[in-house]
Design a binder for this molecule. Structure first.
Ligand code: GLV
Length: 355
């Protein structure tokens, strides 16, 4: 009936080290905790005697119609929690009428995922040193009907995820980033004492030298809309718009990158103001209910992304449970809109909440 039930059940089903990888944050996990707590600081300001008999929460994003302004956040290696992996996740997203941002580290091929669903798909990328690999992935995504690229910009190096270090976390060889060549993924499977193979792998493969100017190169290899994910300040939102991005995702990577970073809910209003309506602004981090979605929309988000809860639902039962979780968020948003006297997405403005 709610995300927390999925969390409790998933925790019993998933191996402990995998659970730590998914649940964990970086450092002292302050930002991880703060993302969720940020929602508790907001209360709703309901309006009454409003005609709510016709409510509409469908929206359009990059040419696709969505049942709700909700999408599946990019998260890696879904086969860690379900044998069908991203194919089941994407099917669940399709059943719920929302979009799915597929990770560059998906454990099913981009084409298999696309064939399994009519959900709008976007592809998330890390900027690999091997640019020709990025170009090839962007081309494959376009050919398979993906509708946007989402470049993660908060991960020049991986955050210090102490749980993974403690567990010497490495991926079982049966679960691979199948969209990348084997030689690009080897180290992620090499278990080491007191080290995260994922952090070592990122250190080997990610380009730490890229700057705003490099976005132009990505534009030369793909005509798909380009979003940047991991923006937390007005300054960077302005730079993103100046560099012509098509969308911004306010994100601190679910508290997995810079520990101590501002919560996404707190960063959202300044980013929205800086973007000034020139591109859509999405947000992720700590969204667990339809009410949370409502609060994010009131603070100016055009849509939200949901990460960990989708993995919990996936672990509990594949596509049907993913669809149920996303449906719950959708129905919860609709219900909140009814009781708050805000029957349309446009009517959910900043006066709908108080801090
Ligand atoms: C990958 O992006 C991760 O956060 O583990």
């Amino acid at each position: 009936l709610n995300a927390e039930e999925y969390e409790r059940r998933a925790r019993q089903l998933v191996p402990a080290a995998v659970w730590d990888y998914i649940a964990g944050g970086s450092g002292a996990e302050r930002t991880l905790a703060a993302n969720e707590l940020a929602f508790d600081r907001y209360q709703l300001r309901p309006r009454v005697l409003v005609d709510i008999s016709h409510r509409s929460i469908a929206t359009e994003l990059f040419g696709a119609t969505l049942a709700a302004p909700i999408g599946v956040a990019p998260t890696a290696y879904h086969r860690l929690v379900h044998p069908e992996g991203e194919v089941a996740t994407a099917r669940g997203a399709g059943l719920a009428g929302v979009f799915h941002v597929v990770s560059i580290f998906a454990s099913r091929s981009l084409e298999e995922i696309a064939a399994a669903t009519d959900a709008p798909l976007w592809l998330q990328l890390y900027w690999l040193r091997r640019r020709e690999v990025l170009a090839r992935l962007a081309g494959r995504a376009a050919d398979a009907g993906y509708r946007a690229l989402v470049l993660t910009v908060d991960t020049p190096v991986l955050g210090e995820r102490l749980r993974d270090v403690r567990n010497g976390f490495a991926l079982d060889p049966s679960i691979r980033a199948v969209n990348l060549d084997v030689e690009l993924t080897e180290t992620v499977h090499r278990k080491q004492e007191a080290a995260s193979a994922l952090a070592i792998h990122a250190g080997e493969t990610f380009d730490t030298a890229i700057t705003w100017a490099d976005l132009a190169w990505l534009r030369t290899v793909s005509s798909l809309p380009l979003l940047v994910k991991g923006i937390l300040t007005a300054e960077d939102a302005r730079l993103a718009v100046e560099h012509g991005v098509d969308g911004i995702v306010v994100s601190n990577h679910g508290g997995r990158q810079l520990d101590g970073a501002v919560t996404t809910l707190d960063a959202l209003p300044e980013v929205v103001a800086a973007a000034g309506g020139r591109c859509p602004v999405l947000v992720d981090g700590g969204i667990r209910s339809g009410t949370d979605v409502f609060v994010a929309l009131a603070l100016g988000a055009d849509a939200v992304l949901v990460g960990r809860p989708v993995l919990w639902a996936l672990a509990c039962g594949g596509d049907a449970e993913v669809a149920n979780l996303l449906g719950m968020l959708t129905r919860g948003l609709d219900h909140t809109m009814a009781l708050a006297g805000r029957p349309t997405l446009a009517s959910i403005d900043s006066s709908a909440v108080r801090r």
